[in-house]
Write a protein that binds this ligand. Structure first.
Ligand SMILES: Nc1nc2c(ncn2[C@@H]2O[C@H](COP(=O)(O)OP(=O)(O)OP(=O)(O)O)[C@@H](O)[C@H]2O)c(=O)[nH]1
Ligand SMILES: *[C@@H]1O[C@H](CO)[C@@H](O)[C@H](O)[C@H]1NC(C)=O
Ligand SMILES: [Mg+2]
Length: 386
C-alpha cells in the first residue's frame, strides 16, 4: 500500500518529468508529434497560446478593378465525408451568406464542388444545398484516385504504420488519412467536375472565417496571375516525411529545367536546398490555380513522389507536397499571403491586425494571431521579398 504522502510525491515526480519531456525549445520544433500537442505547448496561463509578437505589415495592395462587373473562372472545392455534415454546415454558413462573401458571392454565386470517395447521402446534399443559391455539384472520387495502389508493398506499409503509432505520430496508423493526403496532393484537380475551372478555394469542415472581404480573392488570383494563396504557414512533423526531401532533390537533379529560376526555395530551405526546413503552407485553406497543379512541372513531380510510395511508406501530407511544389515551380511573387482573410482551423488562427482588422470588421481577437509565433513560417515568407 502506498501512503498518501508517497502518492503525492509520485504524482509530483510524474508531473515534473512530464514537464521536462514536453518542454522543447525553438530548435526542437521537430519533436512535436501532434497539433494538439503543440497547441498545449503554446498554451499560456490563459489557456491560449502566448501571442506576444507585434503587428504585421499590411502588405496587400487591393485590386482597383470594380468587383461587381466580373467573376473569376473558379469554384469552391470541398472534400468531405457524409459524417462531416455538421462541420460542413458550420464552414459554409460563414462562408456563403455570412460575412466572408457578403460582398461578392451573393451576386457572383461561385459554385461549389463537393467530393467524396463514397456517394453523398440525400441528407447531406439537401442540407448543404439549403445553405446557398449557388450551384453545387457532388462528385464521386474514382477508386484509382483514392485507394492505396496495388503496387504498394502492404507489408512495408503496415510496418511503417505500426512504427508511427508507437511513436505517437498523428494519424500515423490510418490508411484513409493517407488516401486523403495523396488525393489532395495529386488527384483532386483531375476530378472531371473541376475540369471547367481554373481557380479553386479549398474549404474544410469546422473552419472559421472572421472578416468581411472587400474584393474577390478568386479574381485577385486570376488578375494578378497568382498560383497559390495561404493564410497560415508552419512546420511539418519530420517524422511524417523522412525521405520527402531526398526524393525532391532527386527530382530537381534529374529535372533542373522544370525549376522556376525566381522560385521560393528560401521559404522551404535555409541552406540553399541541401535540407528541408519543414516549412509549409497550411493546406486546409488554399486558394489556388488548378492549371498549375495540372501543369508539366507539378504533374511530373507528383508522379515521381507517388512512385516512391512515401504517401504510404511514410505519411507524406498534401501540405508539404503542395508547398514544395509551389515553392519550386512557381515564381515567388505568385504565392500570395491573404493577410486580410481571418481564418481558423483548430488549433491555429490568423487574425488580421491593425487597419486590416478594422477594415474587415473582423470578429477574431487580434491578440490571437499565429503569424509570428515561433512555430509559424511567415517570417520566412516575408524574407522572400526583402
Ligand atoms: N471523403 C473523405 N474525406 C475525407 C476523409 N478524410 C478526411 N477527409 C476530408 O479531408 C480534409 C482533411 O481531413 P481532416 O480530417 O480535416 O484532416 P486534418 O485537417 O489534417 O486534421 P484535423 O486537424 O483533424 O482537421 C477534410 O475536408 C475532411 O473532410 C475520408 O476518408 N473521406
Ligand atoms: C476556365 O478554366 C478552364 C481550365 O483552365 C478552361 O478549360 C476553361 O475554358 C475556362 N473557362 C472559361 C469560361 O474561361
Ligand atoms: Mg481539417
Amino acid at each position: 500500500m502506498m501512503t498518501p504522502m508517497r502518492y503525492v510525491v509520485l504524482v509530483l515526480v510524474i508531473i515534473i518529468s512530464l514537464h521536462f519531456i514536453l518542454s522543447f525549445s525553438h530548435e526542437e520544433y521537430g519533436r512535436a508529434t501532434s497539433l494538439s500537442h503543440i497547441s498545449e505547448q503554446l498554451a499560456g496561463s490563459k489557456g491560449h497560446p502566448p501571442y506576444q509578437d507585434g503587428v504585421p505589415e499590411d502588405r496587400y495592395v487591393p485590386s482597383t478593378t470594380p468587383i461587381q462587373s466580373r467573376k473569376a473562372n473558379a469554384t469552391f472545392v470541398f472534400l468531405a465525408r457524409n459524417g462531416d455534415l455538421a462541420g460542413v454546415v458550420v464552414s459554409m454558413k460563414q462562408h456563403q451568406p455570412g460575412p466572408v462573401e457578403d460582398r461578392f458571392n451573393k451576386e457572383f454565386q461561385y459554385p461549389y464542388v463537393f467530393l467524396n470517395e463514397e456517394p453523398f447521402s440525400d441528407e447531406f446534399k439537401d442540407r448543404v444545398q439549403t445553405l446557398t443559391d449557388a450551384k453545387i455539384e457532388f462528385g464521386l472520387i474514382p477508386k484509382e484516385h483514392w485507394l492505396q495502389p496495388d503496387w504498394i508493398d502492404e507489408e512495408r506499409a503496415t510496418t511503417a504504420r505500426k512504427d508511427m503509432v508507437e511513436h505517437n505520430v498523428i494519424y500515423g496508423g490510418y490508411v484513409p488519412y493517407r488516401n486523403m493526403c495523396r488525393f489532395n496532393s495529386g488527384f483532386f484537380y483531375k476530378h472531371p467536375l473541376l475540369d471547367k475551372y481554373r481557380y479553386y478555394w479549398r474549404v474544410e469542415p469546422d473552419v472559421t472565417f472572421f472578416c468581411d472581404l472587400h474584393y474577390d480573392p478568386l479574381l485577385l488570383m486570376q488578375d494578378q496571375k497568382k498560383v497559390y494563396g495561404f493564410t497560415v504557414s508552419l512546420y511539418e512533423y519530420p517524422a511524417t516525411i523522412p525521405t520527402l526531401w531526398d526524393a525532391t532533390k532527386e527530382f530537381i537533379n534529374s529535372n533542373p529545367g522544370l525549376v522556376e529560376p525566381d522560385n521560393a526555395m528560401r521559404f522551404i530551405s535555409d541552406d540553399g536546398g541541401e535540407t528541408y526546413n519543414n516549412c509549409h503552407f497550411w493546406s486546409n485553406f488554399e486558394i489556388g490555380d488548378l492549371d498549375f497543379w495540372r501543369g508539366e512541372a507539378y504533374s511530373k513531380f507528383f508522379d515521381f513522389l507517388d512512385e516512391k510510395g512515401g504517401f504510404y511508406y511514410e505519411r507524406w501530407g498534401d501540405a508539404p507536397v503542395h508547398s514544395i511544389g509551389v515553392a519550386l515551380f512557381a515564381k515567388k511573387e505568385q504565392i500570395h499571403f491573404f493577410n486580410d482573410i481571418g481564418y481558423r482551423h483548430n488549433p491555429f488562427q490568423h487574425c488580421p491586425q491593425g487597419e486590416l482588422h478594422k477594415k474587415g470588421k473582423c470578429w477574431c481577437n487580434p491578440k490571437e494571431n499565429f503569424d509570428y509565433e515561433w512555430y509559424s513560417c511567415l517570417k520566412r515568407y516575408d524574407a522572400l521579398f526583402t
